[in-house]
Design a protein. Structure first.
Length: 535
Protein backbone atom coordinates (compact mmCIF):
# COMPACT_ATOMS: atom_id res chain seq x y z
CA UNK A 1 0.00 0.00 0.00
CA UNK A 2 1.47 3.35 -1.02
CA UNK A 3 2.07 6.14 1.51
CA UNK A 4 0.35 9.54 1.50
CA UNK A 5 2.34 12.55 0.33
CA UNK A 6 2.88 13.77 3.89
CA UNK A 7 6.12 14.13 5.84
CA UNK A 8 7.08 15.60 9.20
CA UNK A 9 10.67 16.75 9.67
CA UNK A 10 12.05 15.27 12.89
CA UNK A 11 15.20 16.09 14.81
CA UNK A 12 16.80 16.00 18.23
CA UNK A 13 17.47 19.75 18.44
CA UNK A 14 14.60 21.75 19.97
CA UNK A 15 13.29 25.03 18.60
CA UNK A 16 14.89 28.21 19.93
CA UNK A 17 12.72 30.26 22.27
CA UNK A 18 14.89 33.37 22.03
CA UNK A 19 14.23 36.75 20.57
CA UNK A 20 16.77 37.78 17.93
CA UNK A 21 18.42 40.17 20.40
CA UNK A 22 18.89 37.51 23.07
CA UNK A 23 20.26 35.07 20.52
CA UNK A 24 22.80 37.66 19.35
CA UNK A 25 23.81 38.28 22.98
CA UNK A 26 24.61 34.57 23.31
CA UNK A 27 26.79 34.72 20.19
CA UNK A 28 28.61 37.84 21.44
CA UNK A 29 29.29 36.18 24.80
CA UNK A 30 30.57 32.96 23.20
CA UNK A 31 32.55 34.44 20.29
CA UNK A 32 33.49 37.98 21.33
CA UNK A 33 36.85 38.06 19.54
CA UNK A 34 35.80 36.24 16.38
CA UNK A 35 34.86 38.15 13.24
CA UNK A 36 31.12 38.63 12.81
CA UNK A 37 30.90 40.88 9.75
CA UNK A 38 33.21 41.86 6.89
CA UNK A 39 32.37 44.37 4.17
CA UNK A 40 34.85 43.70 1.39
CA UNK A 41 33.98 46.83 -0.62
CA UNK A 42 34.77 49.27 2.21
CA UNK A 43 37.28 47.13 4.12
CA UNK A 44 35.31 47.49 7.37
CA UNK A 45 35.33 44.62 9.87
CA UNK A 46 33.56 43.84 13.12
CA UNK A 47 34.29 41.26 15.78
CA UNK A 48 31.25 39.91 17.61
CA UNK A 49 32.01 42.24 20.53
CA UNK A 50 32.20 45.23 18.19
CA UNK A 51 29.13 44.18 16.24
CA UNK A 52 27.09 43.66 19.40
CA UNK A 53 28.14 47.08 20.70
CA UNK A 54 27.21 48.83 17.43
CA UNK A 55 23.84 47.04 17.30
CA UNK A 56 23.11 48.16 20.87
CA UNK A 57 24.16 51.73 20.04
CA UNK A 58 21.85 51.87 17.02
CA UNK A 59 19.02 50.33 19.07
CA UNK A 60 19.40 53.10 21.65
CA UNK A 61 19.56 55.68 18.84
CA UNK A 62 16.28 54.42 17.39
CA UNK A 63 14.65 54.64 20.80
CA UNK A 64 15.99 58.17 21.23
CA UNK A 65 14.43 59.06 17.87
CA UNK A 66 11.05 57.96 19.17
CA UNK A 67 10.75 54.50 17.63
CA UNK A 68 8.31 52.53 19.77
CA UNK A 69 7.66 48.82 20.03
CA UNK A 70 5.61 47.79 16.99
CA UNK A 71 6.53 50.86 14.93
CA UNK A 72 7.49 50.10 11.35
CA UNK A 73 11.01 51.08 10.28
CA UNK A 74 11.64 50.79 6.54
CA UNK A 75 15.02 49.76 5.13
CA UNK A 76 15.48 50.66 1.45
CA UNK A 77 19.08 49.90 0.74
CA UNK A 78 21.56 47.73 -1.11
CA UNK A 79 23.76 45.27 0.77
CA UNK A 80 25.95 47.09 3.29
CA UNK A 81 26.90 46.73 6.97
CA UNK A 82 24.31 49.31 8.02
CA UNK A 83 21.57 47.07 6.62
CA UNK A 84 22.68 44.31 8.98
CA UNK A 85 22.92 46.68 11.95
CA UNK A 86 19.37 47.91 11.30
CA UNK A 87 18.12 44.32 11.13
CA UNK A 88 19.40 43.44 14.58
CA UNK A 89 18.82 46.86 16.19
CA UNK A 90 15.13 47.00 15.26
CA UNK A 91 14.71 43.47 16.61
CA UNK A 92 16.28 44.52 19.92
CA UNK A 93 13.68 47.24 20.50
CA UNK A 94 10.64 45.42 19.15
CA UNK A 95 10.25 47.59 16.07
CA UNK A 96 9.07 45.93 12.85
CA UNK A 97 11.65 46.23 10.08
CA UNK A 98 10.06 46.54 6.65
CA UNK A 99 12.25 45.33 3.77
CA UNK A 100 11.82 47.50 0.67
CA UNK A 101 12.97 46.21 -2.70
CA UNK A 102 15.94 48.32 -3.92
CA UNK A 103 14.54 48.12 -7.45
CA UNK A 104 11.27 49.85 -6.52
CA UNK A 105 10.33 53.06 -8.28
CA UNK A 106 8.29 55.93 -6.85
CA UNK A 107 4.78 54.44 -7.04
CA UNK A 108 5.93 51.12 -5.51
CA UNK A 109 7.80 52.93 -2.72
CA UNK A 110 4.74 55.05 -1.99
CA UNK A 111 2.54 51.96 -1.78
CA UNK A 112 4.80 50.20 0.76
CA UNK A 113 5.36 53.32 2.87
CA UNK A 114 1.60 53.79 3.09
CA UNK A 115 0.45 50.18 3.38
CA UNK A 116 2.90 49.37 6.18
CA UNK A 117 2.50 52.75 7.89
CA UNK A 118 6.27 53.26 8.00
CA UNK A 119 7.27 56.00 10.48
CA UNK A 120 11.04 55.99 9.85
CA UNK A 121 12.83 55.19 6.60
CA UNK A 122 16.52 54.29 6.41
CA UNK A 123 17.77 54.46 2.83
CA UNK A 124 20.77 54.28 0.54
CA UNK A 125 21.61 57.54 -1.17
CA UNK A 126 21.84 56.11 -4.68
CA UNK A 127 22.63 52.95 -6.57
CA UNK A 128 23.06 52.48 -10.30
CA UNK A 129 20.29 54.53 -11.94
CA UNK A 130 18.29 55.06 -8.73
CA UNK A 131 18.53 58.38 -6.89
CA UNK A 132 16.83 57.30 -3.69
CA UNK A 133 16.72 60.77 -2.13
CA UNK A 134 14.92 62.16 -5.20
CA UNK A 135 12.43 59.29 -5.19
CA UNK A 136 11.72 59.74 -1.47
CA UNK A 137 11.11 63.44 -1.90
CA UNK A 138 8.76 62.67 -4.78
CA UNK A 139 6.41 60.63 -2.56
CA UNK A 140 7.06 61.89 0.97
CA UNK A 141 4.22 64.39 0.99
CA UNK A 142 1.70 61.63 0.31
CA UNK A 143 2.90 59.42 3.21
CA UNK A 144 1.58 61.06 6.40
CA UNK A 145 2.91 58.37 8.76
CA UNK A 146 6.53 58.96 7.66
CA UNK A 147 8.18 61.15 10.31
CA UNK A 148 11.87 60.90 9.41
CA UNK A 149 14.28 59.70 6.72
CA UNK A 150 17.94 58.86 7.29
CA UNK A 151 20.38 58.20 4.45
CA UNK A 152 23.27 55.78 4.92
CA UNK A 153 26.56 57.60 4.29
CA UNK A 154 24.92 60.99 4.86
CA UNK A 155 24.92 63.40 7.81
CA UNK A 156 21.36 62.34 8.62
CA UNK A 157 22.61 58.82 9.45
CA UNK A 158 25.41 60.19 11.62
CA UNK A 159 22.93 62.39 13.46
CA UNK A 160 20.63 59.44 14.08
CA UNK A 161 23.44 57.34 15.59
CA UNK A 162 24.74 60.29 17.62
CA UNK A 163 21.44 60.42 19.47
CA UNK A 164 22.15 57.10 21.19
CA UNK A 165 23.58 58.85 24.24
CA UNK A 166 20.12 60.03 25.23
CA UNK A 167 19.04 56.45 26.05
CA UNK A 168 20.79 54.36 28.70
CA UNK A 169 21.64 50.71 28.47
CA UNK A 170 19.13 50.07 31.27
CA UNK A 171 16.32 51.60 29.20
CA UNK A 172 17.26 49.35 26.29
CA UNK A 173 17.32 46.32 28.58
CA UNK A 174 13.91 47.29 29.95
CA UNK A 175 12.49 47.51 26.43
CA UNK A 176 13.94 44.11 25.51
CA UNK A 177 12.44 42.54 28.63
CA UNK A 178 8.97 43.40 27.27
CA UNK A 179 9.45 41.47 24.04
CA UNK A 180 8.08 38.03 23.12
CA UNK A 181 9.62 35.74 20.54
CA UNK A 182 6.19 35.61 18.90
CA UNK A 183 6.08 39.38 18.28
CA UNK A 184 6.01 40.53 14.66
CA UNK A 185 9.49 41.74 13.79
CA UNK A 186 9.71 41.87 10.00
CA UNK A 187 7.52 42.61 6.99
CA UNK A 188 8.73 41.33 3.64
CA UNK A 189 6.82 42.27 0.54
CA UNK A 190 6.28 39.59 -2.06
CA UNK A 191 7.52 40.25 -5.56
CA UNK A 192 4.16 41.52 -6.75
CA UNK A 193 4.29 39.99 -10.21
CA UNK A 194 0.51 40.44 -10.33
CA UNK A 195 -1.03 43.50 -8.68
CA UNK A 196 0.46 45.25 -5.66
CA UNK A 197 2.74 43.21 -3.37
CA UNK A 198 1.58 41.75 -0.06
CA UNK A 199 3.49 42.20 3.19
CA UNK A 200 4.34 38.82 4.74
CA UNK A 201 4.60 39.50 8.48
CA UNK A 202 7.16 37.39 10.34
CA UNK A 203 8.09 36.96 14.01
CA UNK A 204 11.38 36.48 15.85
CA UNK A 205 10.35 32.82 16.21
CA UNK A 206 9.69 32.45 12.48
CA UNK A 207 12.93 33.78 11.08
CA UNK A 208 15.41 33.05 13.89
CA UNK A 209 14.51 29.36 13.95
CA UNK A 210 14.42 29.06 10.18
CA UNK A 211 17.87 30.61 9.85
CA UNK A 212 19.18 28.43 12.67
CA UNK A 213 17.92 25.13 11.23
CA UNK A 214 19.08 25.97 7.72
CA UNK A 215 22.54 26.54 9.23
CA UNK A 216 22.31 23.35 11.29
CA UNK A 217 21.48 21.36 8.17
CA UNK A 218 24.75 22.41 6.49
CA UNK A 219 26.68 22.02 9.76
CA UNK A 220 27.61 25.64 10.39
CA UNK A 221 29.96 26.40 13.29
CA UNK A 222 31.92 29.45 14.43
CA UNK A 223 34.58 28.41 11.89
CA UNK A 224 32.37 29.21 8.90
CA UNK A 225 32.79 32.34 6.80
CA UNK A 226 29.82 32.80 4.49
CA UNK A 227 29.88 34.89 1.32
CA UNK A 228 26.43 36.49 0.87
CA UNK A 229 26.00 38.08 -2.59
CA UNK A 230 22.21 37.65 -2.53
CA UNK A 231 20.17 40.72 -1.47
CA UNK A 232 19.49 41.30 2.22
CA UNK A 233 16.11 42.65 1.15
CA UNK A 234 15.04 39.04 0.58
CA UNK A 235 14.76 36.14 3.04
CA UNK A 236 17.71 34.46 1.33
CA UNK A 237 20.07 37.21 2.46
CA UNK A 238 18.72 38.19 5.87
CA UNK A 239 17.46 34.81 7.18
CA UNK A 240 19.38 32.02 5.43
CA UNK A 241 22.28 34.47 5.40
CA UNK A 242 22.59 36.73 8.43
CA UNK A 243 20.52 34.82 11.00
CA UNK A 244 21.85 31.39 10.03
CA UNK A 245 25.37 32.74 10.41
CA UNK A 246 25.17 34.71 13.67
CA UNK A 247 23.13 31.97 15.40
CA UNK A 248 26.20 29.74 14.86
CA UNK A 249 28.90 32.32 15.59
CA UNK A 250 30.08 32.45 11.95
CA UNK A 251 31.14 35.43 9.87
CA UNK A 252 28.97 37.32 7.35
CA UNK A 253 31.00 38.37 4.30
CA UNK A 254 29.46 41.05 2.06
CA UNK A 255 31.23 40.93 -1.33
CA UNK A 256 29.59 44.01 -2.90
CA UNK A 257 26.49 46.24 -2.66
CA UNK A 258 24.84 44.22 -5.45
CA UNK A 259 25.75 41.00 -7.21
CA UNK A 260 28.92 41.04 -9.29
CA UNK A 261 30.55 37.71 -10.26
CA UNK A 262 34.13 38.97 -10.00
CA UNK A 263 33.51 40.69 -6.65
CA UNK A 264 31.94 37.49 -5.35
CA UNK A 265 34.78 35.24 -6.46
CA UNK A 266 37.32 37.75 -5.15
CA UNK A 267 35.61 37.84 -1.75
CA UNK A 268 35.61 34.03 -1.48
CA UNK A 269 39.33 33.93 -2.26
CA UNK A 270 40.36 36.92 -0.14
CA UNK A 271 38.27 36.07 2.94
CA UNK A 272 38.83 32.31 2.73
CA UNK A 273 35.09 31.67 2.70
CA UNK A 274 33.77 28.21 3.49
CA UNK A 275 30.27 28.77 2.13
CA UNK A 276 28.77 30.63 -0.84
CA UNK A 277 25.16 31.54 -1.57
CA UNK A 278 23.43 32.29 -4.84
CA UNK A 279 20.49 31.81 -7.14
CA UNK A 280 21.25 29.63 -10.18
CA UNK A 281 21.86 32.61 -12.48
CA UNK A 282 24.56 33.86 -10.10
CA UNK A 283 26.39 30.54 -10.12
CA UNK A 284 26.11 30.42 -13.91
CA UNK A 285 27.63 33.91 -14.17
CA UNK A 286 30.53 32.89 -11.90
CA UNK A 287 31.22 29.57 -13.62
CA UNK A 288 31.06 31.10 -17.10
CA UNK A 289 33.23 34.13 -16.30
CA UNK A 290 36.40 34.08 -18.44
CA UNK A 291 38.61 34.52 -15.35
CA UNK A 292 36.86 31.84 -13.26
CA UNK A 293 39.77 29.37 -13.35
CA UNK A 294 42.11 31.98 -11.87
CA UNK A 295 40.35 32.16 -8.50
CA UNK A 296 41.31 29.98 -5.54
CA UNK A 297 38.02 28.61 -4.19
CA UNK A 298 39.57 25.68 -2.35
CA UNK A 299 38.32 26.85 1.07
CA UNK A 300 34.69 26.35 0.05
CA UNK A 301 32.93 23.25 1.36
CA UNK A 302 29.26 24.16 1.25
CA UNK A 303 26.72 26.80 0.29
CA UNK A 304 23.12 27.22 -0.74
CA UNK A 305 21.55 27.37 -4.18
CA UNK A 306 17.94 28.52 -4.05
CA UNK A 307 15.51 31.19 -5.20
CA UNK A 308 14.43 29.41 -8.38
CA UNK A 309 14.73 25.88 -9.84
CA UNK A 310 18.34 24.73 -9.85
CA UNK A 311 19.49 23.16 -13.15
CA UNK A 312 21.07 19.75 -12.72
CA UNK A 313 24.05 20.55 -14.95
CA UNK A 314 24.80 23.77 -13.04
CA UNK A 315 24.63 21.92 -9.71
CA UNK A 316 27.10 19.32 -10.96
CA UNK A 317 29.56 22.04 -12.02
CA UNK A 318 29.25 23.80 -8.65
CA UNK A 319 30.16 20.58 -6.87
CA UNK A 320 33.00 19.67 -9.24
CA UNK A 321 34.54 23.06 -10.07
CA UNK A 322 33.82 25.21 -7.00
CA UNK A 323 34.78 22.60 -4.36
CA UNK A 324 31.28 22.81 -2.85
CA UNK A 325 30.85 19.08 -2.23
CA UNK A 326 28.28 19.74 0.52
CA UNK A 327 26.26 22.39 -1.34
CA UNK A 328 22.60 22.39 -0.39
CA UNK A 329 19.42 23.07 -2.29
CA UNK A 330 16.77 24.98 -0.34
CA UNK A 331 13.14 25.47 -1.27
CA UNK A 332 10.69 27.85 0.32
CA UNK A 333 8.87 31.15 0.06
CA UNK A 334 8.79 34.46 1.92
CA UNK A 335 5.59 33.44 3.70
CA UNK A 336 7.34 30.44 5.30
CA UNK A 337 10.39 32.30 6.64
CA UNK A 338 11.48 30.99 3.96
CA UNK A 339 12.77 27.37 3.92
CA UNK A 340 10.51 24.32 4.20
CA UNK A 341 12.61 21.57 2.60
CA UNK A 342 16.35 21.25 2.12
CA UNK A 343 18.84 18.69 0.89
CA UNK A 344 21.25 17.21 3.44
CA UNK A 345 25.04 17.37 3.30
CA UNK A 346 25.35 13.57 3.06
CA UNK A 347 22.78 13.25 0.26
CA UNK A 348 24.00 11.62 -2.90
CA UNK A 349 24.29 13.64 -6.11
CA UNK A 350 20.95 12.37 -7.40
CA UNK A 351 19.04 13.72 -4.39
CA UNK A 352 20.97 17.00 -4.48
CA UNK A 353 20.31 17.50 -8.19
CA UNK A 354 16.96 15.81 -8.71
CA UNK A 355 15.04 17.14 -5.68
CA UNK A 356 14.81 20.17 -3.39
CA UNK A 357 15.28 18.01 -0.31
CA UNK A 358 13.05 16.85 2.52
CA UNK A 359 11.28 18.60 5.36
CA UNK A 360 13.37 20.54 7.85
CA UNK A 361 13.04 19.61 11.55
CA UNK A 362 9.73 20.73 13.12
CA UNK A 363 8.10 21.37 9.71
CA UNK A 364 5.32 19.38 8.02
CA UNK A 365 4.83 19.18 4.26
CA UNK A 366 2.17 17.53 2.14
CA UNK A 367 1.09 17.41 -1.51
CA UNK A 368 -2.62 17.87 -2.15
CA UNK A 369 -5.09 17.95 -5.00
CA UNK A 370 -5.33 21.70 -5.78
CA UNK A 371 -9.10 21.47 -6.30
CA UNK A 372 -10.21 19.25 -3.40
CA UNK A 373 -7.38 19.72 -0.87
CA UNK A 374 -7.16 15.94 -0.39
CA UNK A 375 -3.66 14.60 0.29
CA UNK A 376 -2.41 12.64 -2.70
CA UNK A 377 -0.40 9.43 -2.76
CA UNK A 378 3.36 9.69 -3.11
CA UNK A 379 4.46 10.06 -6.70
CA UNK A 380 1.41 12.07 -7.76
CA UNK A 381 1.82 15.78 -8.67
CA UNK A 382 -0.20 18.32 -6.73
CA UNK A 383 0.09 21.51 -4.68
CA UNK A 384 2.78 21.61 -1.99
CA UNK A 385 1.59 22.80 1.42
CA UNK A 386 3.64 23.41 4.55
CA UNK A 387 2.86 23.87 8.25
CA UNK A 388 4.87 24.64 11.37
CA UNK A 389 6.71 27.37 13.28
CA UNK A 390 7.80 28.97 9.98
CA UNK A 391 4.37 29.94 8.60
CA UNK A 392 3.94 33.72 8.65
CA UNK A 393 1.66 35.54 11.07
CA UNK A 394 -0.23 36.79 8.00
CA UNK A 395 -0.18 39.50 5.36
CA UNK A 396 0.08 42.91 7.02
CA UNK A 397 -3.46 44.27 7.52
CA UNK A 398 -4.83 41.97 4.80
CA UNK A 399 -6.73 39.17 6.59
CA UNK A 400 -8.72 38.32 3.46
CA UNK A 401 -5.56 37.79 1.40
CA UNK A 402 -4.08 35.76 4.27
CA UNK A 403 -7.12 33.47 4.30
CA UNK A 404 -6.60 32.77 0.59
CA UNK A 405 -3.28 31.01 1.28
CA UNK A 406 -3.35 29.88 4.95
CA UNK A 407 -6.20 27.49 5.62
CA UNK A 408 -8.05 26.71 8.85
CA UNK A 409 -5.51 24.02 9.70
CA UNK A 410 -2.64 26.59 9.43
CA UNK A 411 -1.35 24.97 6.24
CA UNK A 412 0.36 27.42 3.88
CA UNK A 413 -0.65 26.73 0.28
CA UNK A 414 2.46 27.49 -1.78
CA UNK A 415 0.98 27.55 -5.29
CA UNK A 416 3.82 25.25 -6.38
CA UNK A 417 3.30 21.93 -8.10
CA UNK A 418 5.32 19.18 -6.47
CA UNK A 419 5.80 15.44 -6.25
CA UNK A 420 6.78 13.73 -3.00
CA UNK A 421 8.85 10.65 -3.74
CA UNK A 422 8.66 7.41 -1.79
CA UNK A 423 11.77 8.47 0.17
CA UNK A 424 10.07 11.70 1.30
CA UNK A 425 12.16 13.94 -0.94
CA UNK A 426 10.28 16.61 -2.87
CA UNK A 427 10.53 17.53 -6.52
CA UNK A 428 9.16 20.88 -7.69
CA UNK A 429 7.64 20.49 -11.14
CA UNK A 430 6.41 24.05 -11.61
CA UNK A 431 3.96 26.71 -10.49
CA UNK A 432 0.26 25.95 -10.74
CA UNK A 433 -0.09 29.13 -12.78
CA UNK A 434 2.92 28.18 -14.96
CA UNK A 435 1.61 24.75 -15.89
CA UNK A 436 1.03 24.55 -19.64
CA UNK A 437 -2.15 22.86 -20.88
CA UNK A 438 -1.63 21.99 -24.55
CA UNK A 439 -4.47 20.17 -26.25
CA UNK A 440 -5.61 18.71 -22.92
CA UNK A 441 -2.10 17.56 -21.89
CA UNK A 442 -0.66 18.94 -18.63
CA UNK A 443 2.95 19.99 -19.26
CA UNK A 444 5.40 20.98 -16.52
CA UNK A 445 8.00 23.51 -17.80
CA UNK A 446 10.68 22.35 -15.34
CA UNK A 447 10.97 18.94 -17.03
CA UNK A 448 11.57 20.53 -20.45
CA UNK A 449 13.98 23.11 -19.01
CA UNK A 450 16.12 20.42 -17.39
CA UNK A 451 16.30 18.55 -20.68
CA UNK A 452 17.19 21.63 -22.75
CA UNK A 453 19.97 22.58 -20.29
CA UNK A 454 21.88 19.62 -21.71
CA UNK A 455 21.93 21.15 -25.21
CA UNK A 456 25.54 22.23 -25.96
CA UNK A 457 24.47 25.62 -27.33
CA UNK A 458 22.24 26.61 -24.36
CA UNK A 459 23.58 28.38 -21.26
CA UNK A 460 20.18 29.04 -19.66
CA UNK A 461 16.54 28.39 -20.59
CA UNK A 462 13.03 29.21 -19.45
CA UNK A 463 9.94 27.50 -20.84
CA UNK A 464 6.53 29.19 -20.83
CA UNK A 465 3.12 28.60 -22.32
CA UNK A 466 1.80 31.12 -24.82
CA UNK A 467 -1.67 31.38 -26.42
CA UNK A 468 -2.37 29.17 -29.43
CA UNK A 469 -5.60 29.09 -31.47
CA UNK A 470 -5.47 25.36 -32.11
CA UNK A 471 -4.10 23.84 -28.91
CA UNK A 472 -5.05 26.51 -26.37
CA UNK A 473 -1.41 26.89 -25.35
CA UNK A 474 1.87 26.23 -27.11
CA UNK A 475 5.39 25.85 -25.75
CA UNK A 476 7.87 28.72 -26.06
CA UNK A 477 11.53 28.13 -25.16
CA UNK A 478 13.39 31.33 -24.21
CA UNK A 479 17.13 30.62 -24.30
CA UNK A 480 20.38 32.38 -23.54
CA UNK A 481 23.02 30.89 -25.87
CA UNK A 482 26.50 29.90 -24.73
CA UNK A 483 27.90 31.70 -27.77
CA UNK A 484 25.80 34.71 -28.84
CA UNK A 485 27.31 34.42 -32.32
CA UNK A 486 26.04 30.84 -32.69
CA UNK A 487 22.59 30.50 -31.05
CA UNK A 488 20.51 27.35 -31.47
CA UNK A 489 17.80 27.33 -34.12
CA UNK A 490 14.28 25.99 -33.70
CA UNK A 491 15.10 23.17 -36.11
CA UNK A 492 18.10 22.22 -33.97
CA UNK A 493 15.94 22.18 -30.83
CA UNK A 494 13.30 20.09 -32.55
CA UNK A 495 15.91 17.57 -33.70
CA UNK A 496 17.44 17.51 -30.19
CA UNK A 497 14.06 16.72 -28.63
CA UNK A 498 13.04 14.11 -31.20
CA UNK A 499 12.91 10.57 -29.75
CA UNK A 500 13.79 11.89 -26.27
CA UNK A 501 10.74 13.99 -25.37
CA UNK A 502 7.10 13.29 -26.08
CA UNK A 503 6.06 15.25 -29.16
CA UNK A 504 3.64 17.43 -27.20
CA UNK A 505 6.50 18.55 -24.90
CA UNK A 506 8.70 19.73 -27.79
CA UNK A 507 8.88 23.55 -28.00
CA UNK A 508 7.18 24.90 -31.09
CA UNK A 509 8.58 28.40 -30.66
CA UNK A 510 12.01 29.78 -29.79
CA UNK A 511 13.17 33.17 -28.51
CA UNK A 512 16.91 33.90 -28.17
CA UNK A 513 17.70 36.45 -25.44
CA UNK A 514 20.72 38.06 -23.80
CA UNK A 515 19.17 38.05 -20.31
CA UNK A 516 15.92 37.11 -18.59
CA UNK A 517 13.72 39.64 -16.78
CA UNK A 518 14.32 39.07 -13.08
CA UNK A 519 12.95 40.07 -9.71
CA UNK A 520 15.55 41.43 -7.27
CA UNK A 521 15.39 38.14 -5.37
CA UNK A 522 16.60 36.22 -8.41
CA UNK A 523 13.38 34.74 -9.75
CA UNK A 524 12.78 34.85 -13.49
CA UNK A 525 9.64 36.83 -14.33
CA UNK A 526 7.93 34.20 -16.46
CA UNK A 527 4.82 36.34 -16.66
CA UNK A 528 6.87 39.00 -18.45
CA UNK A 529 8.27 36.44 -20.89
CA UNK A 530 4.72 35.33 -21.69
CA UNK A 531 3.46 38.88 -22.12
CA UNK A 532 6.43 40.04 -24.22
CA UNK A 533 6.89 37.07 -26.54
CA UNK A 534 3.48 35.39 -26.47
CA UNK A 535 1.93 37.43 -29.28
Amino acid sequence: MSQPSYAHGTGTTPLLGDTIGRNLDRAVEAHADREALVDVASGRRWTYAEFGADVAELARALMAAGVARGDRVGIWAVNCPEWVLVQYATARIGAIMVNINPAYRAHELEFVLGQAGITMLISSLAHRTSDYRALVEQVRGRCPALRSVHYIGDRSWDELVAGAGAVTGDRLASREAELSCDDPINIQYTSGTTGFPKGATLSHHNILNNGYFVGETIAYTEQDRVCVPVPFYHCFGMVMGNLAITSHGGCIVIPAPAFDPVATLTAVQQERCTSLYGVPTMFIAELDHPDFAGFDLSTLRTGIMAGSPCPVEVMKRVVAEMHMAEVSICYGMTETSPVSVQTRRDDDLERRTGTVGRALPHIEVKVVDPLTGVTLERGEPGELCTRGYSVMLGYWEQPDRTAEVVDAGRWMHTGDLAVMREDGYVQIVGRIKDMIIRGGENIYPREIEEFLYTHPKIADVQVVGVPDARYGEEILACVIPRDPADPPTLDELTAFCRDRLAHYKTPRRLQVLETFPMTVSGKVRKVELRETYGG
